[in-house]
Ligand binder design. Structure first.
Ligand SMILES: Nc1ncnc2c1ncn2[C@@H]1O[C@H](COP(=O)(O)OP(=O)(O)OP(=O)(O)O)[C@@H](O)[C@H]1O
Length: 645
């Protein structure tokens, strides 16, 4: 059967405009057209003008390493493949000393992906189509000289049971740049495909990410470790397999910032420089620039994406069986409650008013799985909208089956509220991935995923439609709950929210600071009209009489709602401040840290991480990190970015 990636049936039971129209579309200055954007991959320069970086003073660096000897060492290690199955959950007493914190050598590796799924018989990195396989074993190969540890996350180390003292080891940067093997790792690159900007792009795969394996922690959680920027793989296509410090700082910081905002995300253990330069074409002047190379160690329960399934369905034939194996794998390890779903549980749903048919999720685990992925995705997108996060490249290869934020490329948090904001210059012509379009795009992507599973005969079209319906319902439920919490109200008030978003857009008010300031409003209807805006004066700037009146009218209605809710001002302020962050990772903050790091000063990255670890706390002394972007932030490459990284 041929695989059609047209979004045909899927976008049916829920009209694609319904989600956005309920929340943001009315406020779009010009509603973006999302579909049929020309096929555009990211601009990634090939070639690498490599030279040494000898400026950074980090004492943890060690002398240069021959890439050949490193590669040989890694190959031997890979060939020596230890007994994987015995490794699973095998925490010996030795490992438990030091409060259960482990050294790198004692990490408890498992390799279920490699063990349970079909692999590529070849293990070279020559770019090619890899058929009938989910991965290729390939060793990190980025050239490294004098690598340095830029930043690390104690909180991620904790997830892995890793002793944080290990970050101080002199050989740590070597191991996490891929130059020196990590004992127990079995490195591989994953094969996946994807829709880029609405067009099927065929095989993509880990072109510069190399998974080391999975670590089982003492809670029996599985955490996959992946080096991003560690060198070429068969999936590198025309590019160099490398990453630059600029984009690696952004990915490292934002993964952690999102986690501490409470938003599901892949994590980052550490960031090291390779000591080599990498050439990238700058989108704003077309000129190549040498930038420091870097590697981020990403951590996630799984890096499976929608595209991990799409690629095999697109190939049809025997590869359709791989879609099923990959689905079974994901359910077994990451959705065990679905595997254990009891037939006695009632999980039947009517598919609509005019449709008497019923979807019974207990009769098909793949349908239950699809519904859960749809709901997790909906919930994720609702949270993005809540904090004003714009991902920037919501291609299907950047959609996690676990509902995590994945791939921090040209992302941006809203400063001035603008529903049509996209941080990605590649996206400017159609604004397919702008802030207001994210809910629709999430649905479009779910449609592609469901259609993939239909092609592999894992779910019916009725089940696919049901999953999409659930996406819509879950998105609206979560979005409304989040907006209500942001306003400190128990009930969603559609008119109040619509009017507020409209006001924010008209006056280009800072999204984060507005909601933080809003908790200063008192539920006191006797406050005179000309004083109502006093608590908001720091965020409602330069306003004429007419706009002041519009805001005063909104605040009056808001106060009526607060009075009706009966919650005390103190209680409401505390609860609002627990959902309205004071600090988000604005692009200009990232850029300041990048500029300093490129000059050899790594402290700003580390400081920024600490601030972003407590986004809801006031953090006296750190207020400058909540300031609006300065004028320089509007230069190209700061608030507007490309995928070139
Ligand atoms: N410098 C590079 N070398 C090789 N492949 C690359 C490079 N940059 C991007 N790619 C590949 O291009 C595809 C899409 O690019 P995208 O910007 O999503 O990549 P990415 O940031 O490297 O990926 P991700 O974070 O999703 O692993 C992916 O297959 C990715 O591996």
């Amino acid at each position: 059967m041929r695989f059609h990636f047209s979004p045909k049936t899927p976008l049916l039971s829920l009209s694609s405009s319904s989600i956005t129209s309920l929340c943001l579309r009315p406020f779009l200055p010009s509603a973006p057209k999302s579909h049929f954007y020309p096929s555009l991959a990211c601009h990634v320069s090939t070639g690498g003008n490599l030279r040494m970086d000898s400026t950074s003073p980090d004492p943890s660096s060690s002398s240069s390493v021959s890439v050949d000897s490193v590669a040989d060492g890694l190959k031997n290690q890979s060939l020596r493949e230890h007994d994987i199955s015995n490794n699973n959950n095998n925490m010996n007493n030795e490992n438990k000393k030091n409060n259960g914190k482990l050294s790198l050598e004692d990490l408890n590796w498992d390799h279920s992906f490699v063990r349970e799924l079909p692999g590529d018989p070849r293990n070279d990195s020559i770019p090619r189509q890899v058929f009938h396989a989910c991965y290729t074993k390939v060793l990190p190969s980025a050239e490294v000289e004098n690598p340095k540890l830029v930043a690390w996350s104690d909180s991620v180390a904790d997830l892995l049971d890793l002793d944080p003292k290990e970050f101080g080891r002199p050989d740590f940067p070597l191991k996490f740049s891929g130059a020196s093997p990590l004992a127990g790792a079995v490195p591989y690159a994953q094969c996946y495909g994807g829709h880029q900007f609405g067009t099927w792009a065929g095989q993509l795969g880990d072109g510069r990410a190399i998974t080391l394996g999975e670590i089982m922690n003492s809670k029996l959680e599985r955490w996959e470790l992946q080096l991003k920027g560690a060198g070429k793989t068969p999936y590198s296509r025309f590019a160099d397999g490398l990453a630059v410090l600029r984009s690696s700082i952004r990915e490292f910081l934002c993964s952690e910032a999102m986690h501490f905002l409470g938003i599901p995300t892949t994590r980052a253990l550490c960031l090291v420089t390779t000591g080599k330069f990498v050439t990238r074409d700058m989108f704003y002047d077309g000129n190549p620039k040498d930038e420091p190379g870097a590697v981020v160690c990403r951590v996630s329960q799984s890096f499976l994406r929608f595209g991990s399934y799409q690629i095999h369905a697109s190939r049809g034939g025997e590869d359709l069986g791989i879609v099923r194996s990959l689905a079974d794998y994901a359910i077994r390890h990451h959705f065990p409650h679905i595997e254990n779903m009891s037939k006695s549980e009632s999980l039947s749903f009517s598919t609509g008013d005019n449709d008497q048919s019923v979807v019974d999720l207990t009769s098909n685990k793949y349908a239950a799985w699809t519904v859960e992925i749809a709901e997790r995705t909906a919930s994720l997108v609702a949270r993005w909208q809540g904090v004003g996060f714009t991902h920037g490249v919501l291609n299907t290869d950047n959609m996690s089956i676990l509902g995590l934020t994945i791939d921090y490329g040209p992302f941006g948090f809203l400063d001035a509220f603008d529903p049509s904001y996209t941080p990605n210059v590649t996206d400017l012509p159609g604004r397919r991935y702008c802030f207001a379009n994210q809910p629709d795009i999430g649905l479009w992507n779910i449609a592609q995923f469901a259609s993939t599973l239909m092609t592999a005969n894992l779910i019916s079209d009725q089940e696919a439609n049901y999953a999409m319906e659930r996406y819509g319902t879950k998105f609206m439920d979560d979005y409304q709950a989040i907006l209500s919490q942001k306003l400190g109200l128990q009930k969603y008030n559609k008119q109040l929210v619509n009017k507020l978003l409209s006001n924010l857009a008209v006056d280009k008010v800072d999204y984060t600071n507005f909601f933080r300031a809003l908790s200063n409003i008192k539920a006191d209807p006797s406050i005179p009209g000309d004083e109502l805006l006093v608590p908001l004066k720091a965020v409602l700037l330069d306003m004429g009489k007419e706009r002041k009146e519009a805001w005063t009218s909104w605040v009056q209605t808001y106060i009526q709602e607060l009075v009706a809710s009966g919650v005390s001002d103190e209680e409401r302020k505390a609860s609002m401040n627990s959902v309205n962050p004071k600090y988000v990772l604005r692009n200009y903050l990232c850029q300041s840290a990048i500029d300093a790091a490129e000059m050899g000063d790594l402290e700003e990255v580390r400081r920024l991480l600490k601030v972003m670890e407590r986004p809801y706390d006031e953090q006296p002394g750190m207020e400058k990190y909540a300031h609006l972007p300065p004028a320089w932030a509007y230069r190209p490459g700061v608030c507007m970015l490309s995928c070139s990284s």
